[in-house]
Design a binder for this molecule. Structure first.
Ligand SMILES: [Zn+2]
Length: 66
């Protein structure tokens, strides 16, 4: 059984049933959580408007050559 880290509501999901990177939402507090790891299951609150964590450093290599 998985508990919401925020409000301790039982989330209707099984540890075997989620994948890393999957985003689930708590029906009670409405907060979205991303599955960080599945073993052990660890959830991380997803920031608003920020679903997938991508650590891409965009370097503007175009359009600025002199
Ligand atoms: Zn909750």
């Amino acid at each position: 059984m998985v508990l919401c880290p925020e409000c301790d509501t039982k989330l209707d999901l099984e540890e075997d049933d989620v994948d890393e990177g999957e985003v689930i939402s708590c029906p009670e507090c409405g907060i979205d959580f991303e599955v960080v790891t599945t073993n052990p299951l660890e959830l991380k609150a997803v920031e608003e408007g920020y679903i997938e964590e991508e650590e891409e450093e965009e370097e503007s290599e175009d359009g600025d050559y002199s």
